[in-house]
Design a protein around this ligand. Structure first.
Ligand code: HEM
Length: 447
């Protein structure tokens, strides 16, 4: 028998989940406790867990006991069969081994200046006389950063063309209904899936032509992630095929762009509502500059900045839950879970758990200065052998972008209502995108 669940019809449960997953999680936990089942049309029964000890058990399961790739299968038409998010078992470990080295913490310093410059270029275009939406601006910046640091495209015309094509494709992909296999049918160029697949084809063509260009003219001095992947070799000496590289590039784009932009928007949502903290963080950033120049290495080590980002990802995780599919019958909290059941460690519920976090709905970054949280108490990037490979990259990138904003401008928030969430594909974003105004003209100084 599975853990308790509501008797609400499955189609209604699915519709509610697509509209507001956080509310579904909160209501179910209030009614059933730390383990319950979501029964929704088109997806396996989802056993949600919100007790850190149970999450620890799930994250320490072996690669043959629980599979994550099968839980991500709805993303396959977007990402392709070789995507790291799609693979399981030995295939996943092999591909992960090839992808991990470029994301290693030590490598990040190579990308710091590019990240800062991308942010500064966008900030310089921010309007002074009217309000604007931070979420969109962060999407611009994080897309530009991926194109430069992951795809390694620095030629301005090609970078612009790529950004335009990827943006069009990603905007259509944000529609959560496209995650339902039933809606993944091409009924012509005006149907949602038809429009999306045509944009995806265009984006793919650009990626394949970039791959061809880079294979024809290899440049051993290039340090971007694609260059490193082109040079990567398997244990048996084989290189990644064009299809594998395409799938991983789209995966890194989809997994790394919207998530980071959304996390940044949430961070400013909390920060701008807390003026004294906003000023204190600005002081920390400005004190680390050298003649007004932002130094990536110093920004990467600022304690309050780090705590602010971790607290924002705690209070408002971008992804509310991760998924694993049972491959061999398992026992969890006394329940026998059959093969095919999904288990969902809920990031959202655990990171707001009373008794674990004091005053959990308060934005209080110092809890990350005073205490180190375990990987099953704070896990906005998931966990175990599937933990986000872009975690260090994303945290570093967020630091560079936030520091650039704080050093160059002063913002006020244009919203007074308490923040609410909307779903964009698999992420939870701030409704309205965080509208702000610049308070004064940006300060002078280069990067
Ligand atoms: C704040 C930003 C980000 C958040 C909140 C985030 C969150 C996540 C989460 C929750 C997972 C699933 C982990 C699991 O199942 O246990 C994941 C996986 C992944 N993420 Fe991220 N991510 C972020 C940024 C990035 C970036 C910048 C990249 C790369 C450029 C990236 C690449 C990936 C990849 C490739 C996976 C699949 C890992 C695997 O299956 O082995 N992510 N991410």
């Amino acid at each position: 028998m599975l853990p308790p669940s509501t008797t609400v019809p499955q189609a209604i449960q699915l519709a509610r989940w697509l509209k507001n997953p956080a509310q579904v999680l909160e209501e179910s936990q209030a009614r059933f406790g730390d383990i319950f089942t979501l029964r929704m049309s088109y997806v396996p029964n989802f056993v949600v867990v919100s007790d850190p000890e149970l999450v620890k058990e799930v994250f320490s399961a072996g690669p043959d006991e629980l599979h994550a790739g099968k839980a991500n299968v709805v993303l396959k038409p977007f990402l392709g069969e070789y995507s790291l998010l799609m693979l399981d078992g030995a295939e996943h470990l092999r591909q992960r081994k090839l992808l991990l080295p470029p994301f290693h913490g030590e490598r990040l310093a190579t990308y710091g200046e590019t990240m800062i410059n991308s942010a500064l270029a966008t900030i310089a275009k921010w309007p002074t006389a009217r309000s604007f939406t931070m979420h969109e601006e962060f999407q611009e910046i994080t897309l530009d950063i991926i194109i430069r640091t992951v795809f390694g495209v620095n030629d301005e015309t090609r970078a612009d063309e790529m950004a335009r094509s990827m943006r069009e494709m990603l905007n259509l992909a944000a529609n959560p209904f496209l995650l339902i296999p039933k809606f993944q049918i091409d009924l012509g160029p005006l149907s949602p899936w038809g429009r999306f697949t045509r944009k995806l084809k265009k984006a793919d063509a650009l990626l394949y032509s970039e791959l061809q260009r880079r294979r024809e003219k290899p440049d051993p001095s290039k340090q971007d992630i694609l260059s490193l992947l082109l040079r990567a070799r398997d244990d048996d000496g084989s290189a990644m095929s064009d299809k594998e590289l395409r799938d991983e590039l789209v995966t890194l784009l989809v997994a790394g762009h919207e998530t980071t932009a959304t996390a940044l928007a949430w961070t400013f949502r909390w920060l701008l509502a807390n003026r004294s903290l906003y000023r204190e963080l600005g002081d920390e950033v400005r004190a680390s500059t050298e003649n007004g120049k932002l130094i990536a290495d110093r920004i990467g080590r600022l304690p309050l900045l780090d705590a602010v980002i971790r607290e924002s990802l705690r209070l408002q995780p971008v992804v509310p839950m991760v998924g694993r599919i049972v491959q061999k019958p398992v026992k969890l909290a006394g329940y026998d879970l059959p093969v095919g059941t999904a288990i969902g460690p809920s990031i959202y519920l655990i990171q707001r758990r009373l008794g674990l976090y004091q005053d959990p709905s308060r934005f209080h970054p110092r809890r990350f200065i005073d205490h180190k949280w375990s990987p099953h108490e704070w896990f906005p990037f998931g966990g175990g052998i599937r933990r986000c490979i872009g975690m260090a990259f994303a945290l570093y990138e967020m630091k560079m972008i936030i520091a650039a904003v704080l050093a160059r401008t002063s913002l006020v928030i244009d919203e007074t209502a308490p923040p609410t969430m909307i779903r964009r594909s698999i992420t939870l974003a701030p409704k309205g995108g965080v509208r702000v105004r610049q308070q004064e003209r940006p300060m002078q100084g280069g990067s």
